[in-house]
Each structure stands twice: as C-alpha cells, then as structure tokens.
Ligand binder design. Structure first.
Ligand code: MLT
Length: 411
C-alpha cells in the first residue's frame, strides 16, 4: 500500500460546508415535504448579469472562428483582464497596482489555499479565530502544524481571538510569526477592519518581517467609508499579498474567476537569509501548475468593469445587502444579538438560550427549516455564534426571518 500524507490525517473533521450539506440531506430525506431555506454557505443566487452573459457568448463565437480561436492563454491571465482590474479595482481608489502584479485564477479559495506552498515548511503562522477554515486546513495539510486539541486548535498555529470584547478585531500576535492571514470584510463575522487597524498590522508586519495574506473577497460589499484594499495602507506593498474574487461580487461562484496581487517590492528570505522576490516564486509556481482560466471566463470578468457591467454588479450587491439589512432588523426584533451585515453579506449572531452553535443549527433546521452555519465550524471562538448568509432570494430571506422569529418565540 502506498504511504499517505500523514498531515491529512491530522485534519480534525470533514470540511465545514460538506458537513452541513450532509446534515441537511439527512434531514430532507427524513422530511421530504420540508421546504428548507438555505442561508448557510455564501453562494450567490441571482442569475448572470446581461453584460457577463453577452461577453461569454461573444468570446465563444470568437473562438469558433479560425482567426479568433485561442489555445493556451497566459497562466497569469490575459492582459485585457489584468489591465481592467488595475484600473477599476485599484487606480480608481488611488492605489498603484501594475497589471503585471495581478495573477488571475479560478478562485480565492484556491489562491488562499495555494499561497502557503511558496513559503518554508517551518514558516510560522497566525490566524484569527474564528477564521475561514481554508487558511488553517491547507497549512495542516502542508505539515506546518501538530495535531488538533479538543477545541480543534492545531499545535503550532497562533490563534488571535476575535470576540465581542475586542469588536472582532484581533490583537497583534504576541510572538513573531512569518505569515498572518487577515480577512476584511471578515468571513464569518462580517466586521471590516478600519484604516488605523490595518495600519497597525502593516507597521507590525514590516517591523517583524512578516507577510500579511489579506483576503478582500468581500470588499465590494462595503457600504461605509472603510478600506477596500490593504494597499490603501502606507507600506503595505512591502509586506502584503491580497486576494480578490469575482465569485460573490459578480455571481461567479459557478463560473470561477478571482485574482491575487503580489507587489514587486514584496520579498521573502532565501536559504542564506538573502531577499528573494515573492512574485518570482508565485510566477514559477503558476507557470508549472496552472494553464490559466478560460478565455470566455476572462472576457466575462472584464465585462463587469464596463459601464453597464458596473451598474449590474452594483444592483446585485445592493440586493444582497438589502437582504442583510432585513436579516439584521428581523433578528434584532426577535431579540437576538447580531453583528456584521452592514459592510458584508454575512450576519453573525449570538446563539440564544445557551445553545451551542451546532445545537442552534439543529434547532433551526428542525423547527424553522432554515440552514445557517455554526460559528464553531470557524474556530473555537466561534462557539456560541452562528452565521447567516445574505445570499438568498428576497422572499425566501423574508420567510426565513419569519420562521426564525416564530421558532425563537415558541422555543
Ligand atoms: C462561505 O460560505 O464561507 C464561502 O462561500 C466559502 C467560500 O467562499 O469558499
């Protein structure tokens, strides 16, 4: 028998979202008539916007001609997309990111999972708690941790608690680490780090020669005057990598397109302690392991930056954020303590009546037929919390709020 990767055997349980699906399937099999409303995984529900659809159609038609046919594209993405991103996502906010510093990919989940490969196996890391599980699990798989304790915390990772007391904004690590994962707007808490908070992190990273892995997949959902990019912060080009995604922004969860930004100034340490360009390693990795995303998908992504495309994207975001507002209002009226939901499509709530996160999950599923995400699935400090996603059809969201309210009143 072939020897397996022992590090995979350290992984505490199944990945969170398949585990939720498994429980929901078991429930629907037992209760086939139940009309289950899913506000668990953050998956978009609105159809593709006209600009995106048209751009994909046009790209397919183009490729069906002798002159327009394309085979392998550049692994890092076509220039037309990288230029559109540089102009609309960064220059428009006064941020200098050259198109060559942008690497298109098939998802931020993959990017935030893969980035750790270019760092040493003994690189040390810090994550927030609660946290998007991908950051942790991929480092476990890579052998950067020991086993998990009862609360699911892996030895060797520094966990930075995000609690109601610190407004879900983590303190700096109390020992030096090489890598720190930050996510703002935060999944799962829905909280956004203000400018001075990010400046604190950038100053710390530069002083400690650490690299910030900054997940900004939800930046388009920010409605207040808050930073959308780590590069809005002085000094971030020397210490940060950023992840961005078209998934939630433009309804691409099924189409797949995202990108990662690695500034040319960013350096890590080589074997003799000499500075080495991080982008150089990422390019090498990308060229070896990836042939890029398809031309029609890149044209579709480019289309969201056209005048019409921008309006359509904004309309969808407004729709989801109106859902978030309804959830916040409805649950507060029902007596729940809520967070997030103003600059992010997630509402983070305290479970009522001393229930733990999975008990509340089961109660909502069984009594209200509503699916959410147990906070403990995001880490030990998520215990006693629960996440509801605003990605739903309006009528279903309204119905879910009514059912949750009735369940709470009746429990
Ligand atoms: C979530 O619900 O946290 C996200 O949909 C997960 C993801 O983007 O991979």
């Amino acid at each position: 028998m072939a020897r397996l990767n022992d590090h995979y055997l350290k992984l505490a349980a199944g990945y969170l979202f398949p585990e939720i699906s498994r429980r929901v399937s078991a429930f629907t099999e037992a209760n086939p008539k139940a009309d289950v409303i899913k506000l668990g995984i953050g998956d978009v529900v609105l159809p593709l916007s006209p600009s995106v659809r048209q751009a994909m159609h046009d790209a397919i038609d183009e490729m069906a001609t002798a002159e327009g046919f394309r085979g392998y594209g550049p692994s890092e993405g076509y220039d037309f997309l990288r230029e559109a991103i540089s102009e609309h996502d960064f220059a428009s906010r006064g941020v200098r990111i050259h198109p060559s510093e942008i690497y298109a990919s098939d998802g931020s989940k993959c990017d935030s999972a893969n980035i750790q490969e270019i760092f040493a196996t003994d690189a040390t890391l810090a994550v927030t708690d609660p946290v998007y599980p991908v950051y942790v699990d991929t480092n476990v798989m890579a052998g950067r941790t020991g086993g998990a304790d009862q609360g699911g915390r892996y030895a060797g990772i520094e966990y930075l608690p995000c609690t109601e007391e610190n407004s879900f904004l983590p303190a700096l690590p109390d020992r030096p680490v090489d890598l720190v994962y930050l996510c703002s707007p935060n999944n799962p808490t829905g909280v956004v780090a203000p400018r001075q908070e990010l400046q604190k992190w950038v100053d710390w990273a530069r002083a400690n020669e650490a690299i910030i892995l900054f997940d900004a997949a939800y930046e388009r959902f920010i409605t207040e005057d808050l930073p959308h990019s780590i590069y809005e912060i002085e000094g971030a080009r020397e210490c940060a990598i950023e992840f961005r995604s078209f998934s939630k922004t433009a309804g691409f969860t099924g189409i797949r397109c995202a990108y990662i930004v690695i500034p040319e100034e960013l350096e890590g340490k080589g074997p003799k302690g000499e500075p080495v360009s991080v982008a150089q390693l990422w390019r090498r990795r990308t060229n070896t392991k990836f042939n890029g995303i398809s031309y029609p998908v890149q044209r579709a992504a480019e289309a969201i930056y056209s005048e019409e495309g921008r309006k359509e994207v904004q309309a969808n975001i407004d729709y989801y954020m109106a859902n978030a507002g309804l959830i916040l209002e409805g649950l507060s009226k029902a007596g729940l303590t809520t967070f997030g939901g103003i600059n992010a499509p997630y509402v983070w709530l305290k479970t009522p009546g001393g229930l733990d996160s999975w008990q509340f999950f089961d109660e909502l599923l069984e009594k209200a037929h509503v699916v959410g995400t147990p906070g403990s699935g995001f880490g030990a400090h998520g215990e006693g919390y629960f996440r509801l996603s605003a990605f739903g059809i309006r009528e279903k969201v309204e119905e879910a709020i009514e059912r949750i309210t009735a369940t709470l009143g009746g429990s």
